[in-house]
Structures are given as structure tokens and as C-alpha cells.
Design a protein. Sequence first.
Length: 236
Amino acid sequence: MEIRRFLSNHPAVNNRVIVTGDELFHLITVNRAKTGDPIEVINGRGSLYSGTIRTIKGSEAVVDITREEKRDRPAVRITIAPSLIKKRTMNLLVEKLSEMGVDAIRPVIFTRTDEKYSPSLLTKWERIALQSLKVNKKLWPTEIYPPVSLRELLDISGEVKTKLLLHVDGETGPPAGMSHPVISIIGPPGDFLPEERELLVKNGFIQYNINDGILKTETAAISIAAILKGTMVTDK
């Protein structure tokens, strides 16, 4: 039987940790957990607590910890930098990239980006990334940043080893010598402006085509993430 995993932002005290809020609702109502059931609790900051449910009472479940695991945040190896897109589709993009374990998502605002940003969106994306830890069994969520301009992204990506620009006019097949860390930029639904593409190429971005037709921003982002999470990129 698969041991279910739940999030908790409460610290472990005396070999016990509590589950509250929405996670408690899922524990009781969705999973129909009961006293004595095995459970995993994570805090989204590298800690995993394995144990059994001691009590379920009121607004909390108390878990007796039998094993604790702690991992440092891994180095950023793969960053996906998509254009900011419509809210519902952006949420889906964040969900899928987070489930895949992409290290970082850095949305970009291009000239043809037609969606507005508000800080509440980042809060939503961070919640989605945390929930993904219950699926992919990792201990650190994908880092998600507020959108930046193209110029700001160029400053951020200056020291990245492999820089990819997804475009239908790019070369097919993986560029030679790809290595971590890698960043892949995906344009808006209306495409990059010619001067934006030119600026990216001047700053070391390699034009790369992963499909024989034009892909939506979210499809391209998920596709390149799958490619980069596979065997194509190796450490040097």
C-alpha cells in the first residue's frame, strides 16, 4: 500500500509533528485516515517525517515520527523561462513543470505578452509547486519567481552554461555540448519580436526546434522540460 504524503508547516517537536488546515481535511475526508495509519509528512523545506497517526482530534492530527530525513536544496540545473500566459493555462504549466521536478521557473514579460501580473499569482504558483511534492516525492519544490523583463532575464542568465531559445526556425536535434545548468526560454503566443530573438542570440541563446510545427507556450515549456529532464543534458 502506498503511504500517503501530507504537508505541514509546523516544526517537529518531541518526535511528533501535526497536520492541520486543508491537509487535515484531505487526511480525514479524502483519505479516510485513522489512528495507527502510516503517514509521511513533509515541510517543503527538505524534511521528510515518516511515522504513524497518534491522534486525530479537533483541528489537528498528531503524528509520531519513526524516521526523519533531511536533504539540502539541490543546485539549480534546469530553469524554464516561459512567457507569462493566461492565468488558468499558466497554473497548468506551473503544475506540470513542478510535478516533473524542474528546478526553477522564471516567467518573462515580452512585448507581445498579453497577460497582467499580480503578486497573488505568485502565491498561487508556490502553492501549486508545494502540492506537487506529494506527487513527485521530492523534498524541495520548484522555485518560482515573479516575472521579469527580457533584459532582466539576460542579466540573470549570464553565467548559465547552456541557453536555449525555442523557435520553429531553430536547428533540430540537441545542440552539441549541452550541459547543466541550462535555461530554456519560450516566447508568447504571438511569438518573439525579431529584435527580441536577435538580442537573445547575441547573448548566447541557441535557437532550438523541438517540433515540426508551432507549439503553444505551455506545450513547448512542458516538452522541453521533459527533454532536459531526460538524458540529453549531462554534467560537465
